[in-house]
Every structure is written in structure tokens, then in C-alpha cells.
Design a protein around this ligand. Structure first.
Ligand code: UDP
Ligand code: MG
Length: 317
């Protein structure tokens, strides 16, 4: 890390954000004008299909505080964010923020104030979710509820995205976690360190469209749960135990009935029901084991998390 490194880095992953980036940069620079820290902003282009990279390079030409990391393709937000953290030179703290202005840059001074009180992590917690559908709010709430039950020792704060400030030592701790399946909210929580919530109102997207749909959200939840806890594997143990117990009771009942009343051949439907039920439970459990096995497979390949097409650091070339 060079001697003239800025105190603060802002890491911004962006995928197809050409419309918002200039406005984002303007508002970011405005919000940081008063904080009294030297800063850089590290834009990560996550394989955008539009002119996001050109917009970033344009911003850099105008403002030497801009760093650009261009990934070789789209790797997904979690990895783009990691690439940004890897290249953030901020010697004292790093802020992670979305490019779409749903995380208002005006909250950053509050995060910095919290950090100055001695907290390593200041995470922004949403008050409301304006402009998001009921269904999305409901599924988000359900997800946090589930995570709270299965997460064990690690606490996931609800209504919290990736928008947060991390002290340099918290960033360095986070960067030691190099797993392929990066459920960032889980990783942020795993590192621990003194943390505090800063409340704010989440705005609707300023422009462009969200990259999320329900299939992606479902996969995100799966990722969160399977990369965070082995609890679903226990479902099989208990489902098996319960069905075995049920079968025993059923068998006892059958024996008693046969002894008392003889055995008129019947029970074809119940047989089929039992077979189908057990088959279903077994397939589900194989699926769950498969989810974990697939993740083990991905980790054992030991590939780098991302590849970089171009990196232009901040502070003149
Ligand atoms: N993003 C990214 N790579 C992707 C998808 C999204 O870098 O593959 C960025 C996106 O540009 C934005 C942030 O991640 O800055 C959050 O994305 P989005 O607004 O789509 O998610 P949401 O706010 O709905 O959670
Ligand atoms: Mg968004």
C-alpha cells in the first residue's frame, strides 16, 4: 500500500448502471465534501453489457479520486464487491454501497461518525422499503426469520443490505475469507468486531432495473442457508426417524388387526402412499446433500474468485 493512500475507500459494484453512475458520483462527492477525510471511490464494473465501463473511465478522467476495476465478465454482485474490497486502498476504513442510489450516499457521514465512536462496523439499517412490492417485503422478512433460526451463533441483522462501513482491520479480516460461495451478509456477520446500526430510509431505484427476480431471490436464499449452516442436513435425520416411528406404529396396528380380524387383502392405496411419501422424502434429502456436495466441489477446484481485465488505481496515472 503506497504512502499516499487515501484514508477512506468507497467500493461500488456496478452491473449495467450507465444511467445512474454520473448522478451517483455527483451525490457521493457532495456527501463526502464535509467529512474531512481523504477518499477514493473504487468502481467495479461487473461485466456490464452497456457503456458502464466508458462512464467509469469518463468519471476517472474528470476526477483523480476514481479507481476503476474492470472484471473480465459478470461474476455477480458478491464477487464484484470482493474484487472492490481487494483493490480498495483506504488505509482507515472502507464503505460498501450500491450504485443505484437505493443506498443514499448522504448516509455515509453518519456511518463515519459511528466509526469514529470506536465501532469497526457501521451497517446501514433500512427503516422502510419504498417502491418495493408487498411480496418482496414479505419474502425478505421470511428469509431473515429463517436465517435467525438456523444461523446459530452468528447473528444476521434484519433489514440490512451490504451498505456499511468497515474499519481497515475488519476489511482485512473479511478478505481472509476466500470461499467461492460468498453470502456476503453471512461473511460480514461472521467476522464479528464491535458493530452498530445506523437507521435510514431506503429509496426506490433511481434508474435502470433491478437484477433480481424471484428465481434469483430463491437461489440467493438457498446460497445463504447452505453456505452458512448445515441445519438442512438434519432434516433427513428427523424425517427418517419420524417415518420409521410411524411405520412401526402402523405395523403394530396391522399385526393386532390381523390377529383379531384375519387378513382380508386390502391396503393397496396405503402401500402406494407410503412408497411415494418415502421416495419423495429420500429424493428431497438427496437434493439437499447434492446442494452441499456441489458447493464442496466448487471449493475444491480452488479457482480464483474473479479475473480482472483492467485495473486503474486512483490518484493519477
Ligand atoms: N450488481 C453487480 N453485479 C450483478 C448484479 C448487481 O455488481 O451481477 C450491482 C448493481 O449494479 C448494484 C448492486 O449490485 O450496484 C445491487 O444490485 P440491484 O440493485 O440489482 O439489487 P437490489 O438493490 O435489488 O438488491
Ligand atoms: Mg438496488
Amino acid at each position: 500500500m503506497s504512502a499516499n493512500a487515501p484514508a477512506l475507500s468507497i467500493v461500488v459494484p456496478a452491473y449495467n448502471e450507465q444511467e445512474v453512475l454520473p448522478e451517483f458520483h455527483r451525490r457521493l462527492a457532495g456527501a463526502l465534501a464535509e467529512v474531512g477525510l481523504s477518499w477514493e471511490v473504487c468502481y467495479v464494473n461487473d461485466g456490464s453489457r452497456d457503456t458502464t465501463l466508458q462512464v467509469m473511465l469518463g468519471l476517472q478522467a474528470q476526477d483523480s479520486r476514481v479507481a476503476v476495476v474492470n472484471l473480465s465478465r459478470n461474476f455477480g454482485k458478491e464477487i464484484a464487491l470482493t474484487a472492490g474490497l481487494d483493490h480498495a486502498r483506504g488505509s482507515e476504513a472502507v464503505v460498501v454501497i450500491d450504485a443505484d442510489l437505493q443506498d443514499p450516499p448522504e448516509v455515509i457521514p453518519q456511518l463515519i461518525a459511528a466509526w469514529r465512536q470506536g465501532f469497526d462496523v457501521a451497517y446501514a439499517q433500512r427503516n422502510t422499503r419504498q417502491g418495493e412490492s408487498w411480496a418482496k417485503k414479505l419474502t425478505a422478512a421470511a428469509f431473515y426469520r429463517v436465517m435467525q433460526h438456523v444461523g446459530g451463533k452468528v447473528d444476521l441483522p434484519p433489514d440490512t443490505g451490504d451498505f456499511r462501513l468497515l474499519s481497515r482491520r475488519a476489511v482485512d479480516a473479511l478478505l481472509q475469507l476466500r470461499e467461492q460461495h460468498r453470502f456476503m451478509k453471512g461473511l460480514f456477520a461472521w467476522i464479528g468486531f464491535p458493530a452498530i446500526a445506523v437507521r435510514y430510509d431506503r429509496a426506490p431505484r433511481a434508474a435502470g432495473t433491478t437484477k433480481w427476480n424471484y428465481w434469483k431471490l430463491w437461489n440467493f436464499s438457498l446460497e445463504g442457508i447452505t453456505s452458512f449452516t448445515g441445519a438442512p442436513l438434519k432434516v433427513g435425520t428427523y424425517a427418517g426417524l419420524l417415518t420409521a416411528l410411524g411405520a412401526l406404529v402402523y405395523l403394530a396396528q396391522l399385526i393386532v388387526r390381523t390377529v383379531l380380524f384375519g387378513n382380508p387383502v386390502a391396503g393397496y392405496p396405503s402401500l402406494l402412499a407410503a412408497v411415494l411419501f418415502l421416495g419423495g422424502v429420500q429424493m428431497m434429502m438427496l437434493g439437499i446433500i447434492g446442494e452441499y456436495l456441489g458447493r464442496v466441489f466448487n471449493e475444491t477446484k480452488g479457482r480464483p474468485l474473479y479475473l480482472i481485465e483492467r485495473h486503474i488505481p486512483s490518484g493519477g496515472r
